[in-house]
Design a binder for this molecule. Structure first.
Ligand code: ADP
Length: 457
């Protein structure tokens, strides 16, 4: 909505104004009358001349006053004494450029100007309406009253629960105007209200807090278990050989769990550090997926599962970092083996997908296990989010695998989509933009394909 300033002029000449003006004329008229009257007596000036002189002084005084009033109006130029509180164009332009909602309101709390961000973020704003129609929060109304009564700036925060949880802050500040502004120029009648939506910032803060709390909790559990077993071995089970053997196996598992967690946390932080750096190499995504399948075939076999690879097209050149893409495929295939074991097979497909903006390399990992209930799908890539914590732990999961996958794909400008129907397995699909085949001499090309990475200069 393009905010419109309002033109609210005070009534042209109220009774009080007329009385004030007339009173102002009495003094010069009386002085002129006295002087000319005295002159008429002393120097014998005819009475008619005296009356004409008095009238002339009166007219001159009236004209003078009109000129002064005009000059004063020119100073305030539609923004001063006559209470036309339309902010000047330069002020409006500056406020309009702000990315956050900003309002100028008058003494009555009515909106005199609202910038574009205000209507974009808070909905249409009507000029001349009370701002309290838009911001009905008590804490805000109190701050506004204080700013109007005490001419003091204030900063307030509040949150809303309906329809979704949102956080805001507002700065309420009376305007003082530039240093050389006449005291009656009207600025002092306006209050500037700047509103900022803090929802996204708060969400990130909460995520960070949750992350630290989750990471500490995940590390503390195996640590507590290790400490407990060490104390038992130092005390009651000091001479119990059988117990020691049993405990050492458990302690080893717990130490391994901590190591996996620390490895995943480090991985995640390294990927985040490089998040904005585009990979420099070009790799064959189909070949990387095939090698991940080959290396995990023994793991699948241990779980009694068949792991297969099929490609309708190869090579599929994408801009990427081989080690990171290996991590993506390893995570997805390991998950399919861990959580889809009942389906007894996992299939990995590589294909090309035609698209108007440029073709894509599509690699999907499919299992025929229990699948994932739909309500969990949108949250699976959150750190430490698991459908079932006990099953994840039993499968040596850390809850960070899919978060790592998501971060790597973001860096590769790729996408992850998850499809699942409970009882019918799950399919995790990644899409990456295809790159033209690197232009290399035959023998280099062979080495490149074998190593699956070609560095671009
Ligand atoms: P984890 O270390 O627990 O495996 P991930 O981030 O890799 O963590 O996966 C998050 C959760 O997603 C898992 O705990 C599991 O509940 C669910 N999940 C992932 N892949 C599958 C799958 N193929 N089938 C069913 N559930 C899955």
């Amino acid at each position: 909505m393009a905010a419109q300033p309002i033109d609210e002029r005070a009534p042209a000449a109220g009774t009080a104004n007329v009385v004030r003006r007339c009173a102002g004329l009495v003094a010069p008229a009386a002085v002129a009358g006295l002087v000319l009257g005295a002159g008429a007596i002393r120097w014998d000036v005819p009475a008619l001349v005296a009356v004409a002189g008095t009238a002339g002084v009166l007219v001159a005084s009236l004209l003078g006053r009109t000129r002064v009033a005009k000059r004063k109006r020119a100073v305030s130029k539609g923004f001063g004494r006559d209470r036309d509180l339309t902010p000047p164009p330069s002020m409006r332009t500056a406020i309009d450029a702000l990315p956050d909602p900003c309002f100028l309101i008058d003494r009555k709390g009515l909106v005199r100007f609202a910038n574009k961000a205000a209507s974009d973020q808070l909905g249409a704003v009507r000029i001349g309406e009370p701002l309290s129609f838009k911001l009905r929060v008590p804490v805000f109304l109190e701050a506004l009253e204080k700013a109007l009564a005490e001419r003091r700036a204030d900063h307030i925060n509040w949150s809303e629960k309906v329809p979704t949880e949102r956080w805001f802050e507002a700065f309420v500040a009376p305007l003082a105007g530039p240093p050389d502004t006449p005291s009656d120029a009207g600025y002092a009648d306006l209050i500037c209200v700047l509103v900022r939506d803090l929802t996204e910032q708060r969400r990130l803060e909460r995520m960070r807090e949750d992350f630290v709390a989750n990471a500490s909790h995940e590390l503390r559990t195996p640590l507590a278990s290790l400490t407990g077993f060490i104390e038992t071995l130092q005390g009651p089970a000091r001479r119990d050989d059988a117990a020691r053997e049993r405990f050492l196996i458990i302690m080893h598992d717990q130490a391994e769990r901590m190591r996996r967690l620390i490895d995943d946390l480090l991985s995640l932080s390294q990927i985040e550090m490089r998040a904005h750096v585009r990979p420099k190499g070009v790799v064959d995504a189909a070949a990387v997926a095939r090698s991940a399948v080959d290396s995990l075939k023994p793991v699948a076999a241990d779980s009694g599962m068949a792991l297969t690879f099929d490609a309708t097209e190869s090579p599929l050149w994408v801009r990427g970092e081989r080690d990171e893409l290996v991590q993506v495929f390893d995570n997805l295939i390991e998950n399919a083996i861990k959580y889809g074991a009942t389906g007894e097979r996992v299939a990995v497909f590589a294909e090309r997908e035609s698209r108007a903006g440029g073709d894509l390399a599509v690699i999907s990992v499919r299992d025929w296990g229990p699948g994932i209930p739909p309500e969990h799908l949108p949250r699976l890539t959150e750190r430490f989010y698991r459908v079932d914590v006990a099953t994840s732990r039993a499968n040596k999961g850390t809850g960070l695998g899919l978060a790592i996958v998501k971060h790597i794909l973001t860096r590769h400008r790729g996408r992850l989509s998850i499809h699942s129907q409970p009882g019918r397995g799950a399919t995790f699909t990644i899409r990456l933009e295809l790159e033209p085949a690197p232009d290399l001499p035959d023998e280099v090309s062979e080495i490149a394909v074998k190593n699956q990475t070609v560095k671009l200069s």
